[in-house]
Design a protein around this ligand. Structure first.
Ligand code: NAP
Length: 493
C-alpha cells in the first residue's frame, strides 16, 4: 500500500478515487516514490479545510510573537532534517546532494528571515490634524492562499511562500509540481510537529490541470501565489480574475549576461559558464543570453567553449558530476526542439546540441552544456526560455546597444554585467528592466532582498519585506473619540 500523501485538515489521506502517481528519477527513470494523486474534489476538500480554519481564527488570532516563534521552530526542524530533505530533493530532481544541501540552508534562512521580519511589523498612525481622531493603519492576514510551486527548486520556491503566509496568519493549500512532491510532503510533517493547528496547512499532490486548477477558480481562495512558467501563469491570472483574487506570479526569465571589454574577463567567463549551466540551466535566473563586446568575442567564446566541453554531466551519486539531468523526458524533448529552431534561424552550435549518448546515462534525461554563437536578438533561441543548459551568444559595439539588447525580451527577471568603469556599470544597471541586477558578479540572492520580475517575469515580489506584504491586507481604522453629527444634509425636523 503506498503512503497516503494528501494532507487535508490535519490528516494524511489517499486520493478520493484511490489514484496514485509514480515519481521517477530523472537520472534513470526508476520509481523513487508513489504518491496519492489528488482529484479536483480532494482539492476542494483542502480549500474547505483552509477556509474553515482561517474563518475560525484558530491560527490567525495568534499573536505575531507566537506565530513568529512557530516559524522559528519550523526553521529549527528544517535544520534538524536538512539531510533527509536534501536526499528527498536529490531523489526527485536528480540534483547533486551538494546542491540540495545549499537549498536546505537557504530554506532555513528564509524561515528565519520572515520570523524576524514579522516581529518588526508595526501599526502606523496617520496624523489627520484632529485630537479627537485616531487613524491607524493595521495589517492582517490576506486569508486562504493557494501556494503553487515548480520542480526546479521544489522546496525552496514553496518556502518563499509558506514562511510569509505563516507569519501573516494565513491558512493555505500547497500544490507542488507533480514531478517533485517529496519535500513538500515532509514539510507538512514538520509544520504538524511545530504545533500548527489543524487545517491551517494543507497539501495537494497531483496534476496542475486537475488538482491545481480548482485552487485558482474557487471563490474561497483569496490569494494565488504561483511560481512556474509564463503560459501557466497567464492561465492562472485569467482564471483568478473571475473571482478577483490577489495574484502573485514568479514566472520565467531570459536573462542577459553582459561582458564589456573593460572588465575582469576571466571572472566574467567563469561566471557566465556557471550562470548558464548550473543545474543544467533549469534556473529561472539562468544567464543564458550572453552579450559580449565585439572586440573580445573570439577570445571569450573560445574560452567558454573550452570550459563547457569540460563540464562533467552525470548522476547524483557519481562524485565526478558537476551538473545533472533534465527533469523529464518531455522537458528533454522541448530542449532538443530548441536546437532545431537555432539551426533553422542560422545560428551556429559550437558545442553540445544533442542528447548525451553514454551508457551510464542512457536511461535518464541528459543534455550537455551547449553554446550557440552568431545569434541575433530576434531568433527564437534568444527570445524563448529553454530552461536547459543552453547559452546563446550575441555581440554589441556600444553601451547603448548592450542596454537595448539586454532589454529586448518580454521577460525581466534578472541580468548581470561585467564592467570596470563604474559610471558605465551604474548606467547599464539602472537602464536594464529586470528585477535583480548583478554587477561584476552572478547569482547571489538573500532572503532579506526582494526577488521578482519586471514585465512578463511576474507580478509582485517574494522575499525581502515585500514578500511578506503579499500575504497581508492593509486596514485603515478611523476612530472618532468625540462622536458628532455629520451635518451634511439639512435636518428637516
Ligand atoms: P509550470 O509547468 O508552469 O508548473 C508550475 C506549477 O503549476 C506546477 O505545480 C504545475 O503542476 C502547476 N500547474 C500547471 N497548470 C496549472 C493550472 N491550470 N492551475 C494550477 N496549477 C497549475 O512550471 P514548471 O515547468 O514546473 O517550472 C518551470 C518554470 O518555472 C520556468 O519557466 C521557470 O522560469 C519558472 N520559475 C520561476 C522562478 C522565479 O522566481 N521567477 C523560480 C523557479 C522557476 P504540474 O506539475 O502538475 O504541471
Amino acid at each position: 500500500m503506498p503512503e497516503s500523501t494528501l494532507y487535508i485538515n490535519g490528516a494524511w489521506v489517499a486520493s478520493s478515487d484511490g489514484a496514485v502517481r509514480e515519481i521517477r528519477s530523472p537520472h534513470d527513470n526508476s520509481v523513487v516514490a508513489t504518491v496519492s494523486e489528488a482529484t479536483a474534489a480532494d482539492t476542494r476538500d483542502a480549500i474547505k479545510a483552509a477556509r474553515d480554519s482561517f474563518d475560525s481564527g484558530v491560527y490567525a488570532s495568534w499573536s505575531m510573537k507566537d506565530r513568529c516563534a512557530l516559524v522559528e521552530k519550523v526553521a529549527d526542524l528544517i535544520k534538524r532534517d536538512a539531510e533527509i530533505l536534501a536526499s528527498l530533493e536529490t531523489r526527485d530532481t536528480g540534483k547533486r546532494m551538494v546542491e540540495t544541501r545549499y537549498d536546505m540552508a537557504d530554506i532555513e534562512a528564509t524561515f528565519r528571515h520572515f520570523a524576524a521580519l514579522g516581529l518588526k511589523l508595526k501599526d502606523r498612525k496617520v496624523d489627520v490634524g484632529a485630537d479627537n481622531i485616531s487613524s491607524v493603519i493595521t495589517h492582517e492576514a490576506v486569508g486562504v492562499c493557494a501556494l503553487i510551486g515548480p520542480w526546479n527548486y521544489p522546496l525552496l520556491q514553496i518556502s518563499w511562500k509558506v514562511a510569509p503566509a505563516l507569519v501573516a496568519g494565513c491558512s493555505f493549500i500547497v500544490k507542488p509540481s507533480e514531478l517533485s512532491p517529496s519535500t513538500a510532503i515532509h514539510l507538512m510533517k514538520l509544520l504538524e510537529e511545530a504545533g500548527l493547528p489543524q487545517g491551517v496547512a494543507n497539501l495537494i499532490c497531483g496534476a496542475g490541470a486537475t488538482a491545481g486548477a480548482p485552487l485558482t477558480e474557487d471563490p474561497r481562495v483569496d490569494l494565488v501565489s504561483f511560481t512556474g512558467g509564463l503560459v501557466t501563469g497567464r492561465r492562472i491570472m485569467a482564471t483568478a480574475a473571475q473571482t478577483v483574487k490577489k495574484v502573485a506570479l514568479e514566472l520565467g526569465g531570459k536573462n542577459p549576461h553582459i561582458i564589456f571589454e573593460n572588465s575582469n574577463i576571466d571572472a566574467a567567463i567563469d561566471n557566465a559558464v556557471t550562470g548558464a549551466f548550473l543545474h543544467s540551466g533549469q534556473v529561472c535566473s539562468a544567464g543564458t543570453r550572453v552579450l559580449v563586446e565585439k572586440s573580445i568575442h573570439d577570445r571569450v567564446v573560445a574560452e567558454i567553449v573550452r570550459r563547457a566541453k569540460a563540464i562533467y554531466v552525470g548522476g547524483p551519486e557519481d562524485p565526478r558530476t558537476e551538473t545533472g539531468p533534465l527533469i523529464s523526458k518531455e522537458h528533454l524533448g522541448k530542449v532538443e526542439a530548441y536546437m532545431h529552431d537555432a539551426e533553422k534561424d542560422g545560428a551556429t552550435i559550437l558545442v553540445g546540441g544533442s542528447r548525451i549518448d553514454r551508457e551510464d546515462l542512457n536511461k535518464g534525461w541528459y543534455f550537455p552544456p551547449t553554446v550557440i554563437d552568431n545569434c541575433l536578438s530576434k531568433m527564437k533561441c534568444v527570445q524563448d526560455e529553454s530552461f536547459g543548459p543552453i547559452m546563446t551568444i550575441e555581440t554589441f559595439e556600444s553601451v547603448d546597444e548592450a542596454i537595448a539588447l539586454g532589454n529586448d525580451t518580454i521577460y525581466g527577471l534578472s541580468g548581470a554585467l561585467w564592467c570596470d568603469d563604474k559610471k558605465i556599470a551604474d548606467r547599464v544597471a539602472a537602464a536594464l528592466r529586470h528585477g535583480t541586477i548583478w554587477v561584476n558578479d552572478f547569482g547571489p540572492y538573500r532572503p532579506q532582498a526582494e526577488w521578482g520580475g519586471f514585465k512578463a517575469s511576474g507580478v509582485g515580489r517574494e522575499l525581502g519585506e515585500a514578500g511578506l506584504d503579499e500575504y497581508l491586507e492593509i486596514k485603515h481604522i478611523w476612530t472618532n473619540n468625540k462622536p458628532a453629527r455629520s451635518g451634511w444634509f439639512a435636518d428637516p425636523s
